[in-house]
Design a protein around this ligand. Structure first.
Ligand code: FES
Length: 652
């Protein structure tokens, strides 16, 4: 038979094939990424392709109209029942008849790229742990006695090249009825995994299974638990939802939860039960949003700090409360949903990213996966700011990590008029250096306080307090306007020339907004507020500086601020305060919820799991508590911006 030249786009892979070869077989032989769940039976439509038309001088091909075979009965049936977009063909049915250029659209690629974030172009390559496989199983035969599972295994090996698959007992229990109901055709959900326990059949359906399967990416924080439900075939996030962590009733911050477990015989177990129960409520709620059920969730990835990690797994966090802060395990953890009492598909797998160190958890590992300092040419400083700051510094040669106890000031706690970031909170502040008069914006309103219409626009929320990013801007602006000295002391009305600086006990405060006449709060920046922020920012800076010492550098090329708080602080104000080391302002960026993004990457791409496990093993862990240099940096860093460090970019 004659040969035809076939070029697949976008890969550009090409080869000659005998006339009559199905497009899907040609793609397989060339290693072209073309999807198939039904194994070429014209049922799943995952193999759709578009043949080119006309001449392709670059490939030396002119595609004739009959370059692919006529529509056969299977393809016709699919088109009439389910419809096919114009120009599309089923790659498993259409056969090559002449030279042809074939386009594989993104939806037909197994390893397609999904856009990670709206504002970004970076993408995740699809390579989920669980995939669906449709197979035709040989019927049992008296002359050739073999079990149904053995024949299913043979079918998976012959039709899908899957080595010896394992099976969970509950699935084995339903295998026989499924095979008979499906007339010896079944769809298996198989966890492909990476070690000897895999691949493993985690669900079997009679016939061709058409419903989506889902995975969950969960960011288990000490305050909130956020979950993203992802379609494991398309990679899309189909729903996102969050709840407060029910453990809050045992203690606001991590250390108070660790002490609750120390003081109460059953404390750790109570907190474990509370967080799992909370998650189950969240999971039920998130599937309801898309009209699905929790047993459609077959895979889940969790990221969390070490204390949350231990409590989630039912491990007493006692050792994390005292030196040398030993983790029960720093490796990634693979479990079943049933082992964790999670209401997902009973055979769903749960993956926890590895922890970096006793204070640097799987959440920081997820940030490392998302921001990839280990792949960077530039020297990158990545800071995830919370009550603890997790700090990563490095480039492709070496990455260091530490955590620094910043405390809750950046979240508005310990601040006299402080509050969480919510409507009504002041989040942006400017102070005129000449008049010393402030103007500000509150969350939920685009207008500035001196814009006409501001009062009307904020009538509903009111002006209720100041959040973390607001207090940072306020103090930085006060410093720039000469209202605060480098040591953090607010001047008197006489010294500063404005009555807004008023005596407040033994120090002075600066009046930002006096709402008392209309029954609202007085929002002033006090000297204790500045102290609290100085402590927090000094801790953050010293952690970063310590890592710079260890690496022997005195400047960084890029700064990435991660976390919800990091997304809201203005780089310039952070630098005026000396929170972060000096760097070109346009090289200070926000990564949003990088830990959540890292969880999603690990969910959709199993190769990323192996990658982050290796990366974490290679990260140098620095324990700030035992480093004398940390204390030294801390003392100098409490000044604004710093007593000893120069900030050349900032001052230029
Ligand atoms: Fe399933 Fe073509 S491979 S329809």
């Amino acid at each position: 038979t004659a040969d035809a030249l076939v070029v697949f786009m976008p890969s550009g892979k090409r080869g000659r094939f005998p006339v009559g070869t199905p497009v899907l077989s040609a793609a397989r032989q060339l290693g072209v990424d073309l999807d198939s769940v039904c194994g070429g039976r014209g049922i799943c439509s995952r193999c759709q392709i578009t043949p080119g038309a006309g001449s392709f001088p670059k490939h030396g091909i002119t595609v004739a109209e009959d370059a692919l075979s006529e529509w056969n009965a299977v393809e016709e049936r699919y088109r009439s029942k389910r419809g096919l977009k114009d120009g599309r063909r089923l790659g498993c049915q259409a056969q090559i008849q002449g030279d042809v250029v074939i386009d594989v659209p993104p939806e037909s690629q197994v390893h397609r790229q999904v856009v990670r974030k709206r504002a970004e172009t970076r993408q995740i390559t699809m390579n989920p742990a669980v995939k669906l496989f449709y197979v035709d199983v040989r019927e049992p035969d008296m002359h050739d006695p073999s079990g149904d599972l053995q024949r299913l295994r043979d079918a998976l090996r012959d039709q899908w090249e899957l080595p010896e698959v394992q099976i969970d007992l509950p699935i084995l229990q339903k295998l026989q009825p499924a095979l008979r109901k499906g007339d010896w055709k079944v769809t298996c959900a198989i966890h492909l995994g990476t070690n000897a326990l895999w691949p493993r059949i985690i669900e079997v359906w009679p016939g061709f299974h058409d419903k989506p399967i889902f995975g969950l990416a969960v960011d288990l924080g000490s305050t909130t638990i956020a979950a993203h439900l992802c379609d494991l075939q398309s990679g899309d996030v189909v729903a996102s939802s969050g709840i407060m962590n029910p453990q809050i009733r045992f203690g606001e911050d991590l250390m108070s939860r660790v002490s609750y477990s120390m003081m109460n015989a059953n404390g750790a177990a109570e907190m474990t039960a509370a967080v799992r129960e909370g998650m189950n409520t969240l999971f039920a709620q998130i599937v309801e949003e898309v009209g699905a059920t929790t047993d459609q969730i077959v895979d889940a990835v969790f990221v969390c700090n070490p204390v949350m990690h231990h409590l989630f797994l039912g491990i007493d966090p006692f050792e994390l409360g005292q030196a040398p802060f030993a983790l029960a395990t720093s490796s990634a953890v693979n479990l079943t949903a049933a082992e964790l009492d999670l209401g997902l598909h009973p055979s769903a797998r749960v993956y926890l990213l590895p922890c970096i160190a006793g204070h640097v958890g799987a959440d920081a590992a997820a940030v490392a996966l998302s921001e990839a300092p280990d792949k960077s040419e530039d020297l990158m400083l990545v800071v995830d700011v919370g009550t603890n700051a997790e700090i990563l510094l490095g480039n492709r040669e070496r990455v260091l990590a530490c955590s620094s106890p910043t405390g809750p000031a950046f979240e508005g706690a310990q601040i006299s008029a402080g509050q969480r970031a919510a409507p009504g909170a002041i989040e942006r502040v400017e102070i005129d250096p000449a008049t010393k008069e402030p103007r500000f914006q509150v969350i939920g309103c685009d207008l500035w306080s001196d814009d006409p219409g501001f009062a009307k626009a904020t009538e509903r929320s009111g002006i209720t307090g100041i959040c973390g990013s607001g207090i940072i801007e306020a103090i930085a602006e006060m410093r720039l306007a000469g209202l605060v000295d480098a040591s953090g002391l607010i001047g008197s009305a006489v010294q500063t020339g404005t009555p807004r600086c008023f005596a407040d006990g033994r120090t002075h405060s600066y009046m930002l907004h006096d709402g008392s006449a209309t029954g609202g709060p007085v929002i002033a920046v006090t000297n204790p507020d500045i102290r609290a922020i100085q402590m927090a920012k000094a801790a953050l800076y010293s952690g970063a500086r310590l890592l710079m010492d260890k690496l022997g550098v005195d400047k960084v090329d890029r700064v990435v601020l991660a976390g919800a708080f990091g997304a809201h602080i203005s780089p310039r104000h952070a630098m005026v305060l000396g929170m972060i080391p000096d760097a070109p302002l346009d090289r200070v960026t926000s990564a949003g919820n990088a830990a959540g993004t890292g969880a999603r990457i690990a969910l959709l791409n199993t190769a990323a799991r192996e990658l982050i496990e290796q990366t974490v093993r290679a990260i140098d862990k620095i324990e700030t508590a035992i480093e004398p240099r940390f204390q030294e940096h801390f003392v100098n860093a409490s000044a604004i911006p710093n007593a000893v460090e120069p900030f050349p970019v900032l001052n230029s």
